[in-house]
Design a protein around this ligand. Structure first.
Ligand code: GLN
Ligand code: ZN
Length: 760
C-alpha cells in the first residue's frame, strides 16, 4: 500500500515541555527520571498524533534530548578526548549534555562542542569532532530502546539515521588535518552493526538521511557514496535514502542508482525533479515524494498537487509514498491553540499537526479516489481561493511603491570617501571610535514589565515610563563609561524581528509558534502573510528620547530587510525578493524619519544576511543581487552626513566580500573576537573600502576581557585596516549578558581604545 509518513516531528512539545524539563534538570532542580519520563511522554504523544492521522510508519530517533547529530556522535562513540569518555562505553546522559553545553549536573566541565547551522535552516547542530586516529564503536542503546518503545505501543517504527556520508560531512577534523573520508570504512562497520541490530528487532524500513546529496559535492564525495552503500548490503532492513532542502540536480543519477530500496526527494523546494527521479529510479524502488512543506506553514493546495501525483500514482502504484518535504522540526507544533490569530489568516495555515492530516487526505485521494475526501478537498480549494483573492495580502499603494522604485534609490548621493569626510565633520568622533551593537542586558525587571503589559497588568503608559527609565539608565552608564556613539539599549524589544513584525502590516505573530533553534532554545518566527506596510514610526520616539538625554550621537537601531525575511515564515505566493523589497521600502521610510528627527547614525542589522545564501553556488549571485539591493534601498535615502552602520554576527565573509562591500554601509561591525582578527586578512586583501568595527569582546562568554587582550586585538586589526577606518566595539549585542560583566568589559574596551589612540 502507498505509505504516508513524515521524516520527523518537532520534539520540543506544544507547550515547550522538553525545554522546561531540560532546564530544570540542568539546574539540578529535577531528577534524571523526570526528564526521561517527559521525553518518553512526548514521543508517545507525537507518535500517537501520527497514528491518529492515519500515517503508516512512525519515525523513531527523530526525537532528541538536544540534537540529532549529537545523538549520532553518541551512537558511534565520537566523543572528543576532553570529555574523558572510555572508548566503547555507553555515552551516559551527563556526558551527552557536557558535549552539548560544556557542563552537566555530574562530570567535569569541558569546552562544549561547536554549534553550527543545519543547512539553510535556523536550527543549529553540534559539530562532530574527528581526529586522525579516530575509531568508532557502538556506544548508545537509545535508538534501539526507542524502537522497542514504539513497538510496545503497537506502531510500525522506522528508525531515522543520518547517513554515513552526511555525518562525516557535518563534522570537523581536529589536530593534524586529514581527509574525513579516511574514516568512512571504520564508520561503515558501525552502521552495519546498527542496521543488523535493527533488523533483529524486526524493523522493516530505516530512514537514511543524506541531505548532502542536494549540495555541490566534490567528486571524491560522490565516489564515496558509490563505494559506501554497497558495503551496507546484507542483513539489514530496507533503506529509504532521504534527501531534502533542495534539488538533487547533478547528483540525481548517483542517488537513483545507489543500492537502496527507496529514495525520498524534496518536491516542495524542487518540484521539477519529481518526474525525472521517477524516470531514473529502478523498477522496484520506492519513490517517496516530499510534498508537504516542512519549512513553511501554509496549507497545501491539495487539488493541484493531486493533478501532479495522480499520473505518478498510475505509474508507480504503491511504490509511490507520500511524505513531508523534510522533518517537521522546522515548523511549530499545533495551530489549534492559536486563537488570537485572525480567523481568515488562521484558515490558511498548517502547523505540524495539521500537516499530518494533509498527508492522510492526499493518500486517501490517491488510493480511494478524490470523492472519498471531497469535503477536505473542497475546504482546501476554498482556502487557496480566499488566500489568492484576499484583500489583506495585496495593497495597491505598496504595489505602486514597488513599481516606482528607481535605480537612484539604491545609491547614496556620494561615494564613501566623500561621505566619510562629511560625517567626520558632523560627528567629530575621535580616532578608533567606540560603540556597542545595540542591546544592553534584558534584566528580569524588563521582562517582567513586558509580561505585565501583555497580560494587561501594566498600562501602556506605565510600560513606556518604565522603558524610558531603562533607556535613561543605559545612556547615563554609557556616558560614564566614555563610549563615543551611544545606543538606547533596546529594552522595548522582545526580539529584534518580532518587535518590528508586531508594528508592520502584513505580519502576524503567534502566541506559541515555537521552533527549536538549538537544545532548549526556541524561536518564534512571525508570519509574513501579506504586503508589508509601515503604519507609522516604529522606533523614532524611543530613539529621539534617548538622543534628548545626551550630546553624543545616538545610534538609531533597525532590523534589516534580509534578516526580517530570513527569520520569518514568509508568504509563498510571490518571490522572496519581492517580499524583501517591500520590507526594504518600509525600513527606508523609518530610516528617513529617524534622520528627519535628528538622528545622525543609523544601524541596520543584518545578522541573517549570510544564512540566506542558497545551498548551491550557482544560485548565490541571484540571491546576493537582490539581497544587496534591498539593503541599499533601505539605507540609501539619507544625506551624505548621516552615517549608516550595519552589523553581522559571524565570521565567514571571504567568499561574499564583494557583496558585503556592495552594501556600501559606512561602518560594518562584525564578530571577530574569537578568530583573533585573522578574518580581517580577507577584508585587507580585498581592499574593503569602508569602515569596520571588528568585535574585540566575545560577548558569548561571561569572561571580562582584559585591556591588554583588546589592545593586542586592535593592534592586529590596525595592521590590516587603516586606523582611520577602524571602530572599537563588542562582537554582538549584550542582551543576554549581565551588568556586572558588561560594565567592566566596556570600561576595559574604552581604555583599550584610548591606549591605542595615544600610541598611534
Ligand atoms: N542590535 C542587535 C542587538 O544588539 C543585534 C543582534 C544580532 O546581531 N543578532 O541585540
Ligand atoms: Zn550580532
Amino acid at each position: 500500500m502507498t505509505i504516508a509518513h513524515i521524516l520527523g516531528f518537532p520534539r520540543i512539545g506544544a507547550q515547550r515541555e522538553l525545554k522546561w524539563a531540560l532546564e530544570s534538570y540542568w539546574r539540578g532542580k529535577s531528577e534524571r527520571e523526570g526528564l526521561l519520563e517527559t521525553a518518553r511522554a512526548l514521543r508517545e504523544r507525537h507518535w500517537r498524533l501520527q497514528q491518529a492521522a492515519g500515517l503508516d510508519q512512525v519515525p523513531v530517533g527523530d526525537f532528541s534530548l538536544y540534537d540529532q547529530v549529537l545523538d549520532h556522535s553518541a551512537l558511534f562513540g565520537t566523543v572528543p578526548p576532553r570529555f574523558a569518555h572510555p572508548q566503547g562505553a555507553e555515552v551516559d546522559l551527563d556526558t551527552y549534555f557536557r558535549m552539548a553545553r560544556g557542563r552537566a549536573p555530574t562530570g567535569k566541565p569541558a569546552a562544549a562542542c561547536e554549534l553550527t547551522k543545519w543547512f539553510d535552516t535556523n536550527y543549529h547542530y553540534l559539530v562532530p569532532e574527528f581526529h586522525r586516529d579516530q575509531s568508532f564503536a557502538l556506544s548508545s542503546q537509545t535508538l534501539f530502546a526507542q524502537v522497542e518503545e514504539a513497538k510496545a505501543l503497537g506502531l510500525n517504527p522506522r528508525p531515522v539515521l543520518i547517513g554515513p556520508l552526511t555525518y562525516l560531512w557535518l563534522g570537523k577534523t581536529k589536530g593534524k588535518p586529514f581527509d574525513r573520508l579516511e574514516l568512512l570504512d571504520d564508520l561503515l562497520a558501525v552502521y552495519a552493526e546498527v542496521l543488523k541490530r535493527l533488523r533483529a528487532q524486526g524493523v522493516e524500513w530505516v530512514q537514511m538521511d543524506e541531505p548532502i546529496l542536494v549540495l555541490d559535492l566534490p567528486n571524491d564525495w560522490r565516489r564515496a557514496f558509490e563505494l559506501a552503500y554497497p558495503q551496507l548490503a546484507g542483513d539489514r532492513p530496507r533503506l529509504l535514502l532521504t534527501t531534502y532542502f533542495g534539488e538533487l540536480a547533478d547528483n540525481l543519477q548517483l542517488a537513483c542508482h545507489l543500492p537502496v530500496e527507496g529514495l525520498h526527494i524534496d518536491a516542495v523546494r524542487a518540484p521539477q525533479q519529481l518526474e525525472r527521479v521517477a524516470d531514473w529510479l529502478g523498477g522496484h524502488k520506492v519513490l517517496s515524494a516530499g510534498i508537504i512543506d516542512g519549512r513553511n506553514l501554509w496549507r497545501t493546495d491539495l487539488e493541484s498537487l493531486l493533478d501532479r501525483l495522480e499520473p505518478l500514482y498510475d505509474r508507480l502504484g504503491k511504490r509511490l509514498w507520500l511524505g513531508s518535504s523534510c522533518s517537521l522540526l522546522h515548523v511549530p507544533v499545533d495551530l489549534a491553540p492559536e486563537s488570537d490569530l485572525d480567523p481568515e489568516l488562521r484558515s490558511w495555515l498548517a502547523f505540524a499537526v495539521q500537516k499530518l492530516s494533509e498527508l492522510n487526505i492526499l493518500k486517501r485521494a490517491l488510493t480511494e479516489g478524490r470523492s472519498a475526501v471531497a469535503e477536505a478537498l473542497g475546504s482546501s480549494r476554498t482556502t487557496v481561493a480566499t488566500r489568492r483573492n484576499s484583500a489583506r495580502t495585496r495593497r495597491a499603494e505598496i504595489r505602486a511603491a514597488m513599481s516606482a522604485v528607481t535605480e537612484s534609490m539604491s545609491r547614496r548621493q556620494s561615494p564613501y570617501s566623500q561621505r566619510a569626510a562629511l560625517q567626520q565633520a558632523a560627528l567629530g568622533l575621535p580616532l578608533l571610535p567606540t560603540t556597542t551593537i545595540g542591546s544592553f542586558p534584558q534584566t528580569p525587571e524588563i521582562r517582567a514589565a513586558r509580561h505585565a503589559l501583555k497580560t494587561g497588568a501594566l498600562s501602556s503608559e506605565a510600560y513606556q515610563g518604565q522603558m524610558r527609565a531603562k533607556i535613561k539608565e543605559v545612556v547615563e552608564r554609557q556616558e560614564a563609561l566614555g563610549l563615543d556613539v551611544l545606543v538606547h539599549g533596546e529594552p522595548e524589544r522582545s526580539d529584534m524581528v518580532e518587535y518590528f513584525a508586531e508594528l508592520l502590516e502584513g505580519f502576524a505573530v503567534t502566541r506559541n509558534g515555537w521552533v527549536q533553534s538549538y537544545g532548549s532554545r526556541c524561536v518564534k518566527p512571525p508570519i509574513l502573510f501579506g504586503d508589508v506596510a509601515r503604519r507609522g514610526s516604529m522606533t523614532v520616539d524611543w530613539i529621539t528620547y534617548a538622543q534628548s538625554l545626551t550630546q553624543r550621537p545616538m545610534k538609531g537601531m533597525l532590523t534589516g530587510p534580509v534578516t526580517m525575511l530570513q527569520w520569518s515564515f514568509v508568504r509563498d505566493d510571490q518571490p522572496r525578493s519581492a517580499t524583501c523589497l517591500q520590507l526594504a521600502l518600509a525600513l527606508r521610510d523609518e530610516v528617513l524619519e529617524l534622520e528627519r528627527a535628528g538622528i545622525r547614525v543609523i544601524q541596520i542589522d543584518e545578522p541573517a544576511f549570510r544564512e540566506g545564501l542558497p545551498l548551491r553556488r550557482a544560485d548565490w549571485d541571484g540571491y546576493l543581487d537582490w539581497a544587496v539591493r534591498c539593503f541599499r534601498i533601505a539605507s540609501s535615502g539619507v544625506e551624505d552626513q548621516t552615517q549608516i552602520h550595519t552589523h553581522m554576527c559571524y565570521s565567514e565573509f571571504n567568499d561574499i566580500l564583494p557583496a558585503i562591500a556592495a552594501l556600501d554601509a559606512d561602518v560594518i561591525t562584525i564578530e571577530t573576537a574569537r578568530s583573533n582578527m585573522e578574518l580581517l586578512d580577507g577584508f585587507a586583501e580585498f581592499n574593503y573600502p569602508n569602515a569596520i568595527g571588528p568585535g574585540v569582546y566575545d560577548i558569548h562568554s561571561p569572561n571580562v576581557p582584559e585591556v591588554e587582550q583588546m589592545v593586542e586585538l586592535l593592534k592586529k586589526a590596525a595592521e590590516r585596516i587603516p586606523p582611520e577606518r577602524l571602530w572599537v566595539n563588542p562582537d554582538c549585542g549584550l542582551k543576554t549578558r549581565q551588568w556586572p560583566e558588561v560594565e567592566p568589559a566596556l570600561r576595559n574596551l574604552v581604555t583599550a581604545a584610548q591606549r591605542l589612540r595615544a600610541a598611534l
